[in-house]
Design a binder for this molecule. Structure first.
Ligand code: FES
Length: 408
């Protein structure tokens, strides 16, 4: 590992808040957590995918040489954790080369995958290249719902990939995104994870960006569903003890304080999209007026420390009330900027999840609509979801983002 990497960088943040106010000086640390979204290509069509709904319009993918340059520049800044995701990162046939370079540089490397494209030969090659960790996603514990939600026949394939992961001595790490259509299966999902030999399971309630934002009315669970899922998780934890670590990520629409999204934008997280766009969070393409830099035209140091986009939400000069004078701003940084924009039309507003926000009613109204929808006559979930007009992720369509107040 390169121990000469800098661990911090003091600067007068050049970020100019709307209206021309200069943000306060502060110290910016390195981008400890680097996420490379290697491709938007993906064989699945998940209805909750966080990729942008207009990704079909993005430019060509970076070359192998570009990705390797990004890795070197980010590592020199002090990045240590590397996520390789997409789309489906296995769709890149240079994945092994990218992993090998990252390993040489001293990154801890996590492959975030649906498993589609993993073979015995590839897992051997990835292991030899130095891949540390694989996170495999399932959509559900049943073939019917797994295949429906991804619009593919992939359930058995994923089980085979889990077997490959186990036989190649990786820790078994599963991720299942939860929502109204599968949250009642949490007990079965955990039983499936146990049968697959999982050591870690992330039950990640859907966060509403990208395709999930488009489908929020069909995906948001009810409070009763959430409580049942939490109870099932508690009971399972009591039964299996330390054998399996379970992370239950609560859907923030049911909270009264927002999540500290990305620990504040421009704080520790740097993502690079397939076309080279550098992002301070996965969903930042959504934010209007943010001129996102591209690694094709700037090095990672300049992007991280000097670009207006990465400085835009550093510090607190950009905040409006009630965040600006709130003592909790040091904990939650005003919540999620993308959620504030999607719900209120202004990314500088408090995240409406906060019950101090004047827009909090937008969150409680969405939950109330979910309760009403769930109270409607029961239909088997896939049929009901079809009838409700879910939109599946599709590279052939490009759907612009529509914020809450413009939705009909
Ligand atoms: Fe962009 Fe939360 S997802 S700030």
């Amino acid at each position: 590992m390169n121990t000469s990497a800098p661990v911090g960088h003091a600067l007068d943040a050049p970020g100019v808040a709307p209206g021309g106010t200069r943000s306060r000086s502060h110290t910016v640390g390195p981008p400890l957590w680097l996420l490379l979204e290697l491709t938007y290509r993906c064989p699945l069509h998940c209805v909750f995918c966080y990729n942008p709904t207009d990704f079909a319009n993005t430019g060509p993918e970076l070359s192998t040489a570009d990705w390797i340059r990004v890795l070197r520049e980010a590592r020199a800044l002090g990045a240590v954790q590397l996520g390789l995701s997409g789309g489906e990162p296995l769709a890149r046939d240079d994945l092994e080369e990218i992993v090998a370079e990252a390993h040489t540089l001293g990154f801890y490397i996590n492959l975030i995958t649906s498993g589609i494209g993993m073979t015995e030969a590839r897992i051997k090659a990835l292991k030899a290249a130095g891949l540390d960790h694989i996170q495999l996603s399932f959509q559900d514990s049943t073939r019917e719902m797994n295949d429906f939600l991804s619009s593919t026949r992939t359930f058995e394939l994923k089980a085979k990939v889990a077997e490959l992961i186990r036989t190649h001595d990786y820790p078994m790490v599963l991720n299942v995104v939860l929502h109204r259509l599968n949250i009642d299966h949490v007990g079965e999902i955990l039983a499936m994870a146990e049968a697959l030999g999982a050591q870690y399971v992330e039950l990640a309630n859907t966060q509403y960006y990208g395709w999930a934002w488009l489908n929020r009315e069909q995906l948001l669970p009810t409070r009763a569903q959430l409580e049942r899922a939490e109870a099932a998780t508690r009971a399972f934890r009591e039964r299996v003890g330390a054998k399996m670590q379970i992370y239950f990520v609560v859907p923030d629409y049911f909270e009264t304080r927002p999540k500290a999204c990305m620990s504040g934008l421009g704080s520790v997280f740097l993502a690079v999209a397939p076309d080279g766009t550098a992002l301070p969070c996965h969903a930042a393409r959504t934010l209007p007026g943010l001129e996102l830099p591209n690694v094709r035209g700037a090095d990672v140091r300049a992007i991280w420390y000097d670009s207006p986009a990465f400085n835009r939400f550093r510090g607190d000069a950009w905040m409006k009330e009630p965040c600006r004078s709130c003592p909790e701003k040091v904990k939650d940084f005003g919540g999620c900027r993308c959620q504030a924009y999607l719900l209120t039309g202004d990314a500088d507003n408090a995240d409406p999840v906060c019950d101090l926000s004047p827009h909090h009613h937008l969150v409680t109204a969405a939950v109330a609509r979910a309760e009403r929808a769930a109270a409607a006559p029961a239909v088997a979930a896939p049929q009901s979801a079809r009838a409700q007009g879910l939109t599946f992720r599709d590279h052939r369509v490009s759907i612009p983002v529509v914020i809450e107040e413009k939705r009909t």
